[in-house]
Design a protein around this ligand. Structure first.
Ligand code: URA
Length: 190
C-alpha cells in the first residue's frame, strides 16, 4: 500500500510484472486531477499513448475529449484517466487475463489515493474487470451501480464509436446521465 504519489509512481514506472513491459516505449501511468471525484478507466495504451506516455491521446482520445467537453469535464482539470494495463499490448490486442492480473494493483493504488465517487469504465475490458465479468456494454451501458463504495458505470469505448458511429447517440446519453450523477453526488467537480 502506498500513501503518496511519489513512491507509487516510482515503483510503477519500474514495473516488470508482465511481458508487456519489454515492448513499451513509455509506461502510461495516468493523467488528471489527483483529487478528482470522477475517474475514467480504459483498457490499455495504443500506439500514440505508448509513444507519448499519456492515456487516450490518439484518435479515440480526441473523441473522448469531445464527449468530456460536452459535459464540462477536462482531463487537465476535474477528472482522472487511467487504464487497466499500463503498457501497450502488441498490435493493440486485448490485454490477457494474466497481464490484467499483474497490472491491476497499480490501478487499485491509484484509486485508493484518489478516492473518486464515480468510476466510468470505457469499454468491455474495463467494465468486465471492474463491474462484472459478464458485463455487456450494448445492454448495460449508462446504468450506475454501487460497488465497493463507488458509483460505477460502463459505456462504449471511444474506439468502438469510431468503428460504429451509429452508437454515438447512446454514448452521448451516457455522458448526460453522468453529468446528472455528478450534479447529484459530487461537490467539487463543477
Ligand atoms: N484505448 C484505451 O483503452 N486506452 C488508451 O489510453 C488509449 C486507447
Amino acid at each position: 500500500m502506498y500513501n503518496n504519489w511519489e513512491s507509487l509512481k516510482g515503483d510503477c514506472y519500474g514495473c516488470h510484472s508482465c511481458d508487456l513491459a519489454n515492448g513499451r516505449t513509455n509506461l502510461v501511468f495516468g493523467v488528471g486531477n489527483e483529487n478528482a471525484e470522477v475517474m475514467f478507466i480504459g483498457e490499455g495504451p495504443g500506439e500514440q499513448e505508448d509513444l507519448q506516455g499519456e492515456p487516450f491521446v490518439g484518435k479515440s482520445g480526441q473523441l473522448l475529449d469531445k464527449y468530456l467537453a460536452a459535459i464540462d469535464l477536462d482531463r487537465n482539470k476535474n477528472i482522472y484517466i487511467a487504464n487497466i494495463v499500463k503498457c501497450r499490448p502488441p498490435h493493440n490486442r486485448d490485454p490477457k487475463e494474466e497481464e490484467q492480473e499483474a497490472c491491476i494493483k497499480w490501478l487499485k493504488e491509484q484509486t485508493r489515493l484518489i478516492r473518486p465517487k464515480i468510476i466510468v469504465c470505457l469499454g468491455r475490458i474495463a467494465a468486465q474487470r471492474l463491474i462484472s465479468p459478464d458485463f455487456r456494454v450494448t445492454k448495460e451501458h449508462g446504468t450506475f451501480i454501487n460497488k465497493n463504495g463507488f458509483y460505477m458505470m460502463g459505456t462504449y469505448h471511444p474506439s468502438a464509436l469510431l468503428r460504429n458511429p451509429s452508437q454515438k447517440p447512446e454514448a452521448f446519453e451516457d455522458f448526460i446521465a453522468l453529468r446528472e450523477k455528478i450534479k447529484e453526488i459530487c461537490t467539487r467537480t463543477y
